[in-house]
Design a protein around this ligand. Structure first.
Ligand SMILES: Cc1cc2nc3c(=O)[nH]c(=O)nc-3n(C[C@H](O)[C@H](O)[C@H](O)COP(=O)(O)O)c2cc1C
Length: 420
């Protein structure tokens, strides 16, 4: 899902990609193709040793990109490749960064095209080290990593797991979603840097017996897209998620819950630290009063389930809202969207309400696109409520968009309304 959703996110971006001579150079070719598929224009530089693992011809053919190895290329269109490429790039990544290349960059050596570019680029570089776990733990490598961070470069810690040499430990090149998010984050203005954001997502499940439950069609996609976009903008994000089949977004802390009451407990506790709360979860309004201890048998022709109202989590959060807190609510309707949204905006005491019609095929639950209304008021939240006149509520309709674009529009609005 994220893959389709992120399509085009690197449109118009120019990436300078250095590939050093480690075993993960082979994986780097696949990742280059994926970066390209997101819309990036790539300029690839291999070290001489990287060319022992992957050939410049295969890299060029597989990525449809220019590939360079030699600073002194005789037929180069530019005599100063080490300056030209550095100037062109919006972002410079080295993937994989070998222990050798880390050391060279840390001490400013410039004895080949890649290391010289590291000096002429003059801006932070995004490095993805990958090596044998013992090499990675070597105090000299760690000292080089500290030095690189001290001078402003971003070094992504390798993943834990089995490495090519058969050892298990920290040293693997991270999986694609981690790499993708590190690149997108490096290219995104950090407008939510270090802001603590709490988001709820997905459905809840209210158990009838040990094998059955009441739930709804929420896929969690909208909440996950909001969490991912906030993390890209530098926020510290906690996502309280009902049961969904989505991968946890990289860089986001996920708290898994099942029932409305578990979600309420988690949200209330975590809300104490949150500057911004976004309640996208589709919480079951009702739950069975009694949960059968054993699976119900089909003994009777009819079966009556007695349900009771679940707590209204959003109202609980808005009623204990702190002065510096900003709360976003969502409403899902199947008819009269605008009227219901206006009523809900007055009733809930949120700063921003996002309303969507979940009866449509291309919007709302379980699809990758959404069409939403944003509602807010210029009046301070404390003075709003049922007395708010209709003309004091602003309603903005967004067109049908992929959920990650809807998430961007929502965060742009939140940043503006919250004065961030
Ligand atoms: C089969 C093989 C695999 C290697 N894999 C790695 C690796 O994953 N990470 C690393 O730091 N060095 C690795 N090395 C060692 C580097 O190739 C060596 O340090 C080289 O000097 C790196 O050159 P470069 O940084 O200029 O590309 C490997 C060497 C061999 C022979």
């Amino acid at each position: 899902m994220i893959e389709n959703a992120t399509k085009g996110l690197l449109e118009g971006r120019r990436l300078l990609l250095g590939i050093a001579g480690g075993i993960a150079a082979c994986k780097a070719v696949d990742y280059s193709r994926k970066l390209k598929a997101l819309g990036a224009e790539l300029f690839i530089v291999l070290t001489q040793n990287a060319a022992r693992f992957v050939t410049p011809l295969s890299v060029a053919a597989l990525t449809s990109s220019s590939v360079h190895l030699d600073m002194f290329e005789p037929d180069s269109s530019s005599a100063m490749l080490h300056i030209e490429l550095a100037r062109k790039a919006d972002l410079f990544c080295i993937l994989p960064a070998t222990a050798n290349t880390l050391a060279k960059v840390a001490c400013g050596l410039a004895d080949d095209l890649l290391s010289t570019l590291c000096l002429s680029h003059g801006r932070p570089i995004l490095l993805f080290p990958s090596m044998n776990p013992v090499m990675w733990q070597n105090p000299v490598v760690q000292a080089n990593v500290r030095r690189l961070k001290d001078v402003g470069h971003r070094v992504i810690t390798p993943a834990y797991g089995e490495t090519a040499c058969g050892e298990c430990g920290e040293g693997r090149l991270p999986d694609w979603p981690v790499v993708r998010e590190a690149v997108l984050k490096a290219l995104t203005p950090q407008t939510l840097r270090d802001i603590n954001i709490l988001i709820s997502a997905g459905p809840t499940r209210e158990p009838i017996d040990p094998v059955r439950f009441i739930s709804n069609r929420s896929s969690g996609r909208m909440g996950y897209a909001l969490a991912q976009e906030a993390a890209r903008r530098g926020a510290e994000v906690t996502l309280v998620s009902g049961p969904v089949s989505l991968e946890p977004p990289p860089g986001v802390h996920v708290v898994s819950v099942e029932t409305a009451s578990q979600m309420q407990n988690a949200m209330q506790t975590l809300a104490q630290e949150a500057r911004i709360i976004v309640m996208t979860a589709a919480v079951s309004d009702y739950a069975p009063i009694v949960t059968a201890q054993q699976k119900l048998k089909k003994t009777f022709e009819t079966l009556h389930l007695e349900l009771q109202r679940n707590p209204d989590i959003l109202t609980g959060l808005t009623s204990s809202c702190r002065p510096n807190q900003f709360i976003v609510g969502f409403c899902a309707e199947t008819e009269a969207l605008r009227e219901h949204a206006l009523q809900k905006f007055k009733a809930k005491g949120v700063h921003l309400l996002v309303a969507n019609d979940v009866s449509q095929k291309d919007a709302g639950f379980d699809v990758e696109t959404n069409r939403v209304l944003l509602l807010w008021s210029e009046r301070p939240r404390e003075q709003s409520g049922p007395s708010l006149r209709q003309e004091e509520i602003v309603v903005k309709e967004l067109p049908l968009l992929p959920k990650d674009r809807v998430a961007q529009a929502i965060w742009d609005k939140v940043e503006q309304l919250a004065g961030l």
